[in-house]
Design a binder for this molecule. Structure first.
Ligand SMILES: NC(=O)c1ccc[n+]([C@@H]2O[C@H](COP(=O)([O-])OP(=O)(O)OC[C@H]3O[C@@H](n4cnc5c(N)ncnc54)[C@H](O)[C@@H]3O)[C@@H](O)[C@H]2O)c1
Ligand SMILES: O=C(O)C(=O)C[C@@H](O)[C@H](O)[C@H](O)COP(=O)(O)O
Ligand SMILES: [Zn+2]
Length: 364
């Protein structure tokens, strides 16, 4: 088992990464002082419940925890106020109190949703992240929790850090291939913003990673989490540096919103968005090689680099204006200035963005 610390003073917490840790799950909860006298709610989705809920719930019950479960539909549309209210109803009926804990068992959708339920239930209770997707190496760390609005992603949310993250990589073996690839989009993002050598390493180990070879996978997830933890530790609430984690998200979030949160997976939208950011970098005079290498590494992992042609450019432009990244009348873009380095840019013109969106539809 590998361990990393997200260093946030009194809100610091560990990320445990390893295979098979769910078999000793109650020990982790005891170690972190999770109460046995109050009910604990596991929130998960249908796909994950069918595969991993029994081992988690039974393990906790065997350790003396009073466990209730809540299963939500799988997919991005569950990040909604309606599902949040449903969770709160169940939590009240099951008697969750201010000493209770919510456990997010699943990918980023469940993590964001259950995390926001924990942040808002009775003005905030404890929560634990048990990520089950590759993408969730990103979403389970850092405390951004939220649900979506039909006009924009993640606009109803909070910062609420988990007690700990238990990343049992054996759960990843049941992931569908498309979700595996989508997850690597954010892994690659962590390299593109911070660590050029990690991008090279991902390229060299792509086949092993896509085959979920345990040692390579654990290294990739550990390195991705390490970048995320380093950034979050320096800027928990995104007053500056943390914005770099948004590489590809200015365009990516707009694509998800316009597609109605069902056509493109988050990782796929971010892949296209990162190509868009690399195109904008070229317009700013940065080397063409950044754009070429960004596209190459994403394609190597089978990720989309071209925007579906039927998506309406003006709708995408309008969705960008509703995003958190539109501030003081300007769009905020994370621009790669080299592989492994980015800058936060507030000066990108709307016309350049429109042109880039059009170009993304013609990407080879
Ligand atoms: N809070 C953050 O910092 C942060 C960071 C990145 C992404 N996100 C959010 O994360 C979400 C995307 O997360 P995701 O890609 O994990 O999607 P997801 O949670 O929808 O999971 C993807 C799919 O895989 C299924 N699944 C999950 N684990 C499985 C397993 N082990 N075996 C089989 N099937 C499994 C799910 O049921 C779902 O159908 C987006 O909403 C995005 O906005 C948040
Ligand atoms: O943790 C962060 O900060 C990130 O930006 C990570 C992103 O991968 C993630 O998708 C996040 O939810 C986007 O943040 P938002 O504030 O733009 O919603
Ligand atoms: Zn993301």
């Amino acid at each position: 088992m590998k361990e990393l610390i997200v260093d946030l003073g009194e809100r610091s917490y560990p990320i445990y990464i390893g295979e098979g840790m769910i078999s000793g799950i109650s020990g982790f909860f005891e170690k972190h002082g999770i109460r046995k006298a109050s009910p604990l709610m596991i929130v998960t989705d249908e796909h994950v419940a069918a595969r991993h809920l029994d081992s988690v719930a039974n393990g906790l019950r065997a350790g003396g925890f009073d466990v209730v479960t809540k299963i939500v539909p799988s997919g991005e549309t569950s990040k909604s106020l309606a599902i949040l209210e449903d969770i709160v109803t169940d939590a009240l009926q099951a008697g969750l109190d201010r000493s209770s804990c919510i456990v997010a068992l699943g990918g980023g959708v469940v993590g964001d949703l259950a995390g926001f339920a924990a942040a808002s239930y009775m003005r905030g209770i404890r929560f634990v992240q048990i990520p089950t997707t590759i993408l969730a190496h990103d979403s389970s760390v850092g405390g951004k929790v939220a649900v979506n609005h039909k006009l924009a992603k993640n606009v109803i949310g909070a910062f609420h850090q988990p007690e700990f993250v238990l990343y049992d990589t054996s759960t990843l073996n049941t992931l569908p291939d498309r979700e595996v690839r989508a997850g690597f989009s954010e892994v690659i993002k962590h390299g593109l913003i911070w660590d050029a050598a990690f991008v090279d390493w991902c390229r060299d180990h792509a086949d092993r990673l896509l085959a979920l070879e345990p040692e390579a996978l654990a290294t990739a997830l550990y390195t991705g989490c390490k970048v995320k933890a380093a950034v979050v530790s320096q800027d928990e609430k995104e007053n500056g540096l943390r914005a770099i984690l948004n590489l590809g998200h200015t365009i990516g979030h707009a694509l998800e919103a316009v597609a109605g949160y069902n056509e493109l997976l988050h990782g796929e939208a971010i892949s296209i968005g990162m190509v868009g950011a690399a195109r904008l970098a070229m317009k700013l005079g940065h080397p063409e090689s950044i754009y070429r290498e960004t596209k190459e590494i994403l394609s190597r992992f089978g990720l989309p680099v071209r925007l579906p042609e039927h998506m309406d450019t003006e709708q995408i432009m309008s969705a960008m204006m509703h995003d958190k990244k539109f501030k003081e009348g300007k769009m905020v873009f994370i621009i790669p200035t080299a592989i492994g380095k980015v800058e936060i840019n507030h000066q990108i013109s709307v016309e350049w963005v429109r042109e880039t969106v059009e170009q993304l539809k013609r990407e080879e």
